[in-house]
Ligand binder design. Sequence first.
Ligand SMILES: *Cc1c(COP(=O)(O)O)cnc(C)c1O
Length: 386
Amino acid sequence: MKFSTKAIHAGQGADPATGATIVPIYQTSTYTQEAVGKHKGYDYSRTINPTRVALEQQLAALENARHATAFSSGMAATSGVLALLSPGEHVVVSDDIYGGTYRLFSRVLQRYGVEFAYVDMSDLNAVEKAVTPATRLMWIETPTNPLLKLVDIRAISDIAGSARRSKETKPMVAVDSTFATPYFQQPLALGADIVVHSTTKYIGGHSDVVGGAAITNDDSVNESLKFHQNAAGGVPGPHDAWLTMRGAKTLAVRMREHERNAQAIATFLDKHPEVEHVYYPGLPAHPQHALAKKQMSGFGGMISFTLRGSEQRALDFASRLRYFSLAESLGGVESLISHPARMTHGSIPKEERERRGITESLLRLSVGIEDIEDLIDDLRSGLASV
Ligand SMILES: *Cc1c(COP(=O)(O)O)cnc(C)c1O
C-alpha cells in the first residue's frame, strides 16, 4: 500500500460490530464483560479503546512502522519516550528544540536524575564527543522550530550505532518529526528507533484537536511505551483520536498544497526589500538545502523570516494581516503567523534566545492551503503598511 492509500485504509476497516464504513467514536470508558475476565479484548478505555487503536494503526502505517502509541498531546508522547530512561542515564539533545520539550527536559526530567547534554547537532564531532557510556537516548528535532535547521538523522543514527558498547545499550535515536510529517520524512528508514509527532499540527491538520504519538519498529520499546501509556494515563479520548484520524486521511493532499504555497511565499519574501532573511529549507540558499533534498521528500509549510527595522514593526506587521491569524501552533489548513520571541519561545531567557537567532524581528509563518494569490497579496499589503 502506498502512502495516500494507507492514510485512508490502514486501521480503517469497516466496524466489525455494525459494518459502519467509518471507524465509530467508541465514546465509552468501560466494556461489559460476559463473565469475569471474559470480554472481547477491551476492558477499560485508558488501557485500550477501539477508536484509539484504529488511529494507532493508521499512524504506524504512515511511518512504515509496526507500532504506534497515541497520547493526549505531543508533550505526553515525548514524556512517554523519556520514561524509557532511568535516573543517571544521559540524553544527547539538539540545542535547537521546541520550547516545551526544553521545559520538560530541564524543569521536570532533570529533577528525576536524567541528564541532558545540549549540542549543536549540525556539528557531528560535537555529537560524538557528547556521547558518554551513560547515553541512552539521542533526541533530534528536524526541521527545528522556529529556525528550520536540519539535523542529519542518518549521521546521528550512525553515531548512536557505533557508540562502542553492547547492542542492548546502544543509545536509541528519537526524532521529533512534527514539522516534516511522515509525508515528507521517514526517520525510521534513516536509522532512527522512535518517531515522535505532535499530531496537533499537520497530522490533525485542522487546528481542532491536541494529540501526540510515538512510533517504532522495536517490539520492546513499543511494549514499554504501551505500558507507560496505560500506567501514566496520558491517553487521547475517543473523539480526539477520531478527529486526528480524520485529519490524517488527507495528509498527503494537504502537505503538497502547504509546500507549494510555502515555496511561493518563501520566494516572494526572499526578494522583498523589507525582508532581511528568510529561513526555508526549500530555498537553494538555505545552508542545509542539500541535506533537506537528501533526507526529506519535500520542504514543508513552515517559514521564518526577519523583517528589517524594530521589534514594533514586526509586531505591527503580524497583527495587520487578514488571512494569517496571529496565533501559536501550526500545521492547520489556515495560515498563521507568530512572533516566536514573545510567543512560543518566550520562556527561553533573552540572551539564550538571541544566541540561537530567535531575534525580536523574527516572525514565523505556518503557511495554510488558502489560495496562494490571496496569501501573497495579504503579505504584500501588510509589508507596505508598516
Ligand atoms: C507543538 C509541538 C510539540 C508539542 O506538542 P503538543 O501537541 O503541543 O503537546 C512538540 N514538538 C514540536 C516540534 C511541536 O511543534
